[in-house]
Design a protein around this ligand. Structure first.
Ligand SMILES: Nc1nc2c(ncn2[C@@H]2O[C@H](COP(=O)(O)OP(=O)(O)OP(=O)(O)O)[C@@H](O)[C@H]2O)c(=O)[nH]1
Ligand SMILES: [Mg+2]
Length: 352
C-alpha cells in the first residue's frame, strides 16, 4: 500500500536513500528528510528540486474549496501572486498574513491592517477576509479558525502561498501540535496533502517558488543571516549629502539629496550596513564585494541591476524581495537601488 509522509506529503519509499520520500523504516510516518529537518535543521536537504507548479495550480483550481492565501508580512510584496484571483477564479480567498512578530512592536495593529488592505487593493486582490498572525503574542489561531469557519461554507480548505510563507506553521497552530514539517528554508512541503480537521479537510500545499526573491541569489549557508528570526530593529541614518549604503554585499542603495533626509533600514539585524560617499561607491563595490561587503550575491557588482526611483509622497518604502525594506523621507532627489537582475524591487507607501 502506498504511504505518504505526514510531514511533507511526499510518497514514501524504502529503497533509495538519495531520493525524496526515503525512510529506512517501513513503519515510519515521516520520511528521513522531514526527520532530519525537524531534529537537526539539516539545510542541505531542504531546498527542493522544484515542484510541478502548473499541475498544482490546475489541481487546486479545480477543487471546490476555500483558498487561504498565506503571505509573509515581512516580505509582503513578494508573497503575493500576480493576478491572484485569476488563478482561483471560482474560489473565495481568505488572506492570512504571517510573521507579524518580525515587524517592530511599535507598529500599531490598526495602522498595519490599514496598510495591508491598501496594498491588497492596489494589487487588485479580492478577498473575503484578512487575519494577521505571528509567533508569541501575535498568534491568532482562534481568529484564523473563526474566519475559516465563517468563509468555508461547507467546503474544504487549502493553504496556498509562496514557499516559506508559513503555511505549514499555520496548520500546525490550528491542530495545536507539530504534525507538519516546517523549516526556515523554502521548499519544505513537497505535495498537496489533506489532513482531517473537524468535519472538513485542510490541505497543506507546497509553496510556489519565489522567482523574484533575492534569497535565490545567495549561498544557502548565508540564508540564516539574511532571513530574520527576531523582530527587525530599524537602523536609522540622517544624511545631508549624497550617500551610498551597502546592505552586506547584497544590495546597494544610493541616495541623492539636497539637504536633510532620513533613510531607515528594516532588514535582518545580522546584516552589516556600510555607509559612505556616493562618489566612492563604485570603487568600494568593485574592490570589496564578497570581502568587506558580505554576505555576497552569486552575481558580481557589474551584473547587478540598478532600479531608479523618485520620491512619492513625504515618506516612501522601497521593498527588496527576500531582504526587507528601506523607508525614505526628507529632501531626496533620486534613489537608486541595486540588486540581482531578477529580484523584485518596488516602491510603496511607507508601512511605518
Ligand atoms: N517569526 C516567525 N516565523 C514564522 C512564522 N510562521 C512561520 N515562521 C517560520 O517560517 C519558516 C517557514 O515556515 P513553514 O511553515 O515551513 O513555511 P511554508 O509556507 O509551509 O513553507 P514551504 O513548505 O517551503 O512552502 C519556519 O522557519 C517557521 O518557523 C511566524 O509567524 N513568525
Ligand atoms: Mg510547508
Amino acid at each position: 500500500m502506498e504511504k505518504y509522509c505526514k510531514g511533507c506529503g511526499t510518497l514514501m519509499q524504502f529503497e533509495h536513500p538519495d531520493q525524496l520520500g526515503y525512510s529506512p523504516k517501513k513503519e515510519a510516518d515521516y520520511c528521513q528528510r522531514c526527520f532530519r529537518l525537524t531534529h537537526y535543521g539539516d539545510q542541505s536537504l531542504s531546498r527542493v528540486q522544484g515542484i510541478d507548479e502548473e499541475k498544482l495550480m490546475k489541481q487546486v483550481g479545480s477543487m471546490d474549496a476555500l483558498i487561504v492565501w498565506v503571505a509573509d508580512c515581512f516580505d509582503f510584496e513578494a508573497s503575493l501572486l500576480n493576478q491572484l484571483n485569476r488563478h482561483f477564479f471560482h474560489q473565495d480567498v481568505l488572506i492570512v498574513a504571517t510573521k507579524r512578530d518580525l515587524l517592530p512592536e511599535t507598529l500599531a495593529q490598526d495602522k498595519f491592517e490599514r496598510f495591508l488592505k491598501m496594498r491588497l487593493k492596489e494589487e487588485g486582490i479580492k478577498y473575503v477576509g484578512l487575519v494577521t498572525t505571528g509567533l508569541g503574542k501575535y498568534e491568532q489561531d482562534e481568529e484564523i479558525l473563526k474566519a475559516i469557519r465563517t468563509y468555508r461554507k461547507g467546503r474544504d480548505v487549502i493553504m496556498m502561498g509562496k514557499a516559506n510563507a508559513g503555511k505549514s506553521t499555520v496548520i500546525n497552530s490550528l491542530f495545536k501540535q507539530s504534525i507538519l514539517t516546517v523549516s526556515r528554508y523554502p521548499g519544505t512541503t513537497l505535495e498537496l496533502h489533506a489532513l482531517d480537521f473537524e468535519d472538513f479537510k485542510i490541505y497543506d500545499a507546497p509553496g510556489l517558488r519565489n522567482e523574484s526573491s533575492l534569497l535565490l541569489e545567495v549561498d544557502e549557508t548565508d540564508l540564516k543571516h539574511i532571513v530574520p528570526q527576531k523582530p527587525v530593529r530599524p537602523s536609522v541614518y540622517q544624511i545631508y549629502e549624497d550617500q551610498s549604503f551597502a546592505i552586506g554585499g547584497l544590495c546597494r542603495v544610493d541616495v541623492e539629496c539636497d539637504s536633510n533626509a532620513s533613510v531607515v533600514f528594516y532588514c535582518s539585524s545580522e546584516l552589516n550596513l556600510h555607509r559612505g560617499a556616493l562618489q566612492k561607491a563604485d570603487a568600494l563595490w568593485e574592490r570589496h564585494q564578497g570581502k568587506l561587503l558580505s554576505p555576497s550575491l552569486h552575481c558580481s557588482f557589474q551584473n547587478m541591476k540598478k532600479n531608479t526611483f523618485s520620491m512619492k509622497g513625504k515618506k516612501m518604502d522601497i521593498a527588496v524581495a527576500g531582504l526587507g525594506w528601506i523607508c525614505f523621507s526628507g529632501n531626496i532627489k533620486k534613489i537608486s537601488v541595486w540588486g540581482p537582475q531578477k529580484t523584485q524591487i518596488v516602491s510603496r507607501k511607507a508601512m511605518i
